[in-house]
Design a binder for this molecule. Structure first.
Ligand code: UN1
Length: 513
């Protein structure tokens, strides 16, 4: 369609000329069986993208090792300066890249642009950090000695990312890995290959201009065999994986089996708790965004809503009104708030969940149906849904489902709501709505939310890059983006230096002849 052609050609991608190359390690290649990029809005076939054969994969690892060999010697502030140029190049294409995210992933344009902005933000953060990757100087117990903690690069870092944030999650990892001096290998989701090609082209242009080996930021398109190969390669020091608990468990075991480092960002099953003193004019729109934004396909999406009995009827009335008029359709049209699900499997999962909710006698307050839109018959549209399951003792509360389905329950005491919040295997994001500082203390403290993200009067999704992002329990305990997460992308060398003319042993040990 012209819609697709316009988005792609603005980024210099011309899929009409056969198979696009999906492998980059200083030069573009890949002759393996292609993956298909499909538009979730129209169902149209966007492009075929080649993958890496096993031989090409091994060559890419070799190129990455070569790139690392030189890249690690470049001073960190200089690496930061190159990252600043990458930031500028991304910013120049921000809106076009955002449109490509909308086209290929299906999220609305504002959110597509937003996730490119997230990449830009983390570049700013990491550029500054490139002059502040400080270790400590520690007082030694021995005279004339000093102890230094020195951050050195790790080597090769693999980033395996998911379809739902096809740009930003790579950005978090690349920015930190890059300033740390690693060669980063990106394996994107096989269903969002165009986003990764567009991003890699932009980065490769900057690397080339600076005389840096392109395999400092390489791309390897492929299926789970490539993912397995990255997990099993002795040359890959850190594997940063974002995706399902099921696959994350395999990744964790494979990498641990060879004592590699692993960083996991797995499922979320996030709740918002609304107290009777909450400002509903803030809480309702935030829950609406958390549950319906990205069509419920963020790992931080609001899936569970716990309402205090006193405000529940009013809250649900207002929320239902918002749900009644959700502009649904083409995510590239600026007024749309609900785009399609990413693929037809997601629609099937949604449909199955609706049948299940019906079977158990849940009350469906709004939505509940797969949607067919005029002019978008091939699209994966569903209605945003609010359901009230008949009890808390149901498996559905414990499972993450990537769809705009919000399950609601009513509570009387905050302690009960916190217990529900914590009673799931996942531990990514949580949120409380209250004006009472005592509730805030309970929610944030030792007996409070057990999630990695604990928000107050802020929804579960839409985190900024500044804090460490990630979750506990079956979410995998990983932290990416801000906070201290950069420390995972370096190997720390503890260096005790003796400046003196004597060589005393620590702890007063005497070992002289
Ligand atoms: C994800 O869904 O994998 O906090 C990441 C958020 C975004 C990132 C989500 N900044 O919702």
């Amino acid at each position: 369609s012209t819609r697709a052609t316009n988005v792609l050609s603005a980024l210099g991608i011309e899929p009409k000329h056969g198979v696009l190359r999906g492998v980059y390690d200083g030069k573009w290649g890949g002759t393996g069986a292609p993956v298909v990029s499909k538009c979730p809005t129209t169902g149209e076939h966007l492009a075929d993208i080649s993958t890496a054969t096993p031989t090409e994969f091994h060559e890419l690892i070799e190129r990455s090792r070569e790139a690392y060999h030189d890249f690690r010697m470049i001073p960190a502030p200089r690496r930061g300066e190159i990252l600043r140029q990458i930031r500028e190049a991304l910013a120049a294409k921000r809106d076009h890249l955002g449109a490509l995210v909308s086209l290929e992933m299906g999220k609305i344009l504002s959110e597509g642009i937003g996730e490119v902005q997230e990449f830009i933000d983390i570049c700013d953060y990491a550029t500054g950090l490139s002059r502040m990757m400080n270790g400590q100087v520690i007082a030694s117990e021995r005279p004339g000695h000093s102890i230094l903690e020195v951050p050195n690069p790790l080597g090769l870092v693999a980033v395996i990312s998911a379809f739902n944030f096809p740009v930003a999650v790579y950005g978090w990892n690349l920015a930190l890995s890059f300033i740390a001096g690693n060669a980063t290998i990106w394996k994107p989701s096989p269903s969002t290959p165009l986003c990764s090609i567009a991003v890699t082209k932009i980065i490769a242009g900057v690397l080339e201009k600076n005389g840096i080996h392109g395999a400092a930021a390489s791309l390897v398109t492929g299926d789970n065999h490539i993912g397995d190969a990255l997990c099993e390669s002795e040359h890959v020091t850190l594997v940063s994986f974002t995706g399902s608990e099921h696959v994350g468990q395999k990744v964790g075991k494979k990498v641990q089996h060879r004592f590699g480092k692993v960083l996991l960002e797995l499922g979320g099953n996030n709740a918002s708790i609304v107290m009777p003193d909450a400002d509903l004019s803030l809480a309702v729109p935030a829950v609406f965004f958390g549950a319906v934004g990205t069509a419920g396909q963020r790992c931080t999406s609001t899936r569970r809503l716990f309402l205090h009995r006193d405000i529940a009827p009013k809250f649900l009335d207002t929320l239902k009104k918002a749900y009644a008029s959700i502009p649904t359709g083409d995510p590239l049209v600026s007024s749309t708030l609900l785009g399609p699900l990413h693929n037809d499997r997601a629609v099937k999962n949604y449909h199955r969940q609706m049948l299940h909710l019906h079977d158990i006698g849940a009350e469906i307050l709004t939505g509940g149906k797969v949607a067919k839109l005029n002019g978008f018959e091939g699209g994966n549209f569903v209605q945003a849904t609010i359901a009230v399951p008949p009890s808390m003792d149901l498996d559905l509360w414990k499972q993450e489902l990537f769809a705009p389905i919000l399950n609601v329950a009513i509570f009387d005491e905050l302690e009960e709501a916190i217990q529900w919040n914590n009673s799931v295997p996942q531990g990514l994001s949580s949120s409380i709505w209250t004006r009472d500082v005592r509730n805030v203390g309970k929610f944030m403290g030792p007996a409070g939310s057990d999630c990695g993200i604990v928000n107050v009067n802020v929804g579960t999704s839409g985190a900024e890059i500044g804090a460490g992002f990630g979750g506990n329990k079956r979410t995998g305990w990983g932290r990416e983006s801000g906070g201290d997460s950069w420390k995972q992308y370096v190997r720390w060398s503890a260096c005790t230096v003796n400046y003196s003319d004597a060589a005393p042993l620590a702890q007063g040990v005497n070992f002289s002849l």
